[in-house]
Design a protein around this ligand. Structure first.
Ligand code: CMP
Length: 138
């Protein structure tokens, strides 16, 4: 069924002018961009977004990194969006990402890994609504 996922282009990738390249791979992968914005997260907002990882050892660094520069947030629509987008982005750790994936091409490290992708339909909805109102989704 057609459904939605949520993505962020992370600070390393926006800093290095990879927004267009990544959006191009997303559209070429068959995803429709439902909502899109460039914005800067405060540490507080980044911490809230990644609250599920609060107990993980990398949480503090992750919050610092995700608020270190602008990100691009987007809601994407496609058949089987969540799973297909995770295939398109590749493994969290770019050393394990397959050829042809966004992280293989653009990620620098396990932390600065170029893009985020939701891990479930439920989280996709929560994460999309974290950034976009109903009047910003088309
Ligand atoms: P993301 O898919 O956005 O979800 C959590 C993020 O934490 C992850 O991508 C990475 O940017 C970051 N991260 C840093 N270290 C790790 C790690 N060891 N395992 C998983 N995620 C990590």
């Amino acid at each position: 069924a057609t459904n939605r996922t949520f993505t962020m282009i992370k600070p390393d990738a926006t800093q290095e002018n990879h927004i267009g390249g990544i959006l191009n791979m997303i559209e070429a992968g068959g995803f429709r961009i439902v909502a899109l914005k460039k914005t800067l997260l405060t540490a507080e907002r980044a911490g809230e977004f990644y609250a599920v990882h609060k107990e993980r050892p990398f949480y503090g660094d992750l919050v610092k990194y995700m608020s270190s520069g602008p990100i691009v947030a987007a809601i994407l629509e496609k058949d089987n969006a969540v799973a297909d987008f995770r295939t398109l982005i590749g493994a969290t750790n770019p050393t394990q990402a397959e050829e042809g994936t966004i992280r293989k091409k653009y990620a620098k490290s396990i932390e600065a890994n170029a893009v985020h992708g939701s891990d479930s339909d439920e989280n996709a909805q929560i994460e999309g609504n974290f950034f976009f109102g109903a009047n910003e989704q088309f």
